[in-house]
Write a protein that binds this ligand. Structure first.
Ligand SMILES: Nc1ncnc2c1ncn2[C@@H]1O[C@H](COP(=O)(O)OP(=O)(O)OP(=O)(O)O)[C@@H](O)[C@H]1O
Length: 210
C-alpha cells in the first residue's frame, strides 16, 4: 500500500474522521468543500497532528498515536505542492528550487534518487525562468516551479493540493502530463486533492472520497 490513513482530525469545534488505503500511483482525494481534504494532506505531511489514529506511507509509519510515533515533517520526506504554491517572493526561481534541495539534507532512507536542479528544470521546462522572481511568472509557470521545488527535496512521496485548478486548459494538459510523468519516471506515490472530475478521470489510478 502507498498510503494508509486512519485518523481523527480536530478542526475548530469539528472532528473529521478520514480512513482509506491506496495502492501505487496517483490517488485522488475528492469530496465536498470543507470536508477535510487539505487537512488530510497537512496531517500526512506532519503539519497537523491528528487527535488519534495512524498514517503509514510506503510501509513507513509516520504517525501512530497509540504507539507514540510522530515523525517530524522533515523526517517524513514529503514533497508538498501547496494550493497557494508558497513560493518565496524575494527569491528568484533558481533559489526557490534550491531551497527544496537544501531542505532535503542528508539522503533519507527510502528517499527518491537525488535529482539535480538542471535535471528538474529540464524535465519541467522551467530552465529559461531561473533568474525570474515568482511575481513575474504565469500561473502555469509558477505551478511547475512549485512542483520542481517539491521534487528537489528527494521526496518519498508527493502531496499536491489542487495542482490544476488555477490553470487554463492548455497549461492544464501540460501539467497533467508532467504529473503522470513524475509517477511513471520516478515511481513516486502521489496523493492529490482535486475538484475536477475530468482531471481525476485522466490522472488518478484510484479515487478516495471523503
Ligand atoms: N486553521 C483552522 N482552524 C479551524 N478550522 C479549520 C482550520 N483550517 C480548516 N478548518 C476547517 O476544517 C474543515 C476542513 O478544512 P479543509 O481545508 O481541510 O477542507 P477541504 O476539504 O480541503 O476544503 P476545500 O475543498 O474547500 O479546500 C473546514 O470546516 C474548515 O473550515
Amino acid at each position: 500500500m502507498s498510503f494508509e490513513v486512519d485518523i481523527v482530525l480536530e478542526r475548530g469545534t469539528r472532528e473529521i474522521a478520514v480512513r482509506f488505503a491506496a495502492g501505487a500511483g496517483i490517488t485522488a482525494l475528492v469530496g465536498p468543500s470543507g470536508q477535510g481534504k487539505t487537512s488530510t494532506l497537512d496531517a500526512v505531511a506532519g503539519l497537523l497532528r491528528p487527535r488519534a489514529g495512524r498514517i503509514v506511507v510506503g510501509g513507513v509509519t509516520l504517525f501512530d498515536a497509540a504507539a507514540g510515533v510522530n515523525l517530524a515533517p522533515e523526517a517524513r520526506c514529503a514533497g508538498y505542492v501547496f494550493q497557494d504554491l508558497r513560493l518565496f517572493p524575494h527569491l528568484n526561481v533558481r533559489d526557490n528550487l534550491l531551497f527544496g534541495a537544501r531542505l532535503a539534507g542528508e539522503e533519507a532512507p527510502g528517499a527518491a534518487r537525488r535529482l539535480s536542479l538542471e535535471e528538474v528544470a529540464g524535465f519541467l521546462d522551467i530552465a529559461p525562468l531561473l533568474a525570474r522572481r515568482p511575481r513575474t511568472l504565469s500561473g502555469g509557470e509558477a505551478q511547475r516551479v512549485a512542483i520542481g521545488r517539491a521534487l528537489l527535496r528527494s521526496p518519498r512521496f508527493l502531496l499536491m493540493d489542487e495542482p490544476l485548478t488555477a490553470l487554463d486548459p492548455a497549461r492544464r494538459d501540460a501539467v497533467i502530463e508532467q504529473i503522470a510523468a513524475i509517477r511513471d519516471r520516478f515511481g513516486l506515490p502521489v496523493l492529490m486533492v482535486s475538484h475536477q472530475q475530468a482531471d481525476v478521470a485522466r490522472l488518478a489510478d484510484q479515487v478516495v472520497e471523503i
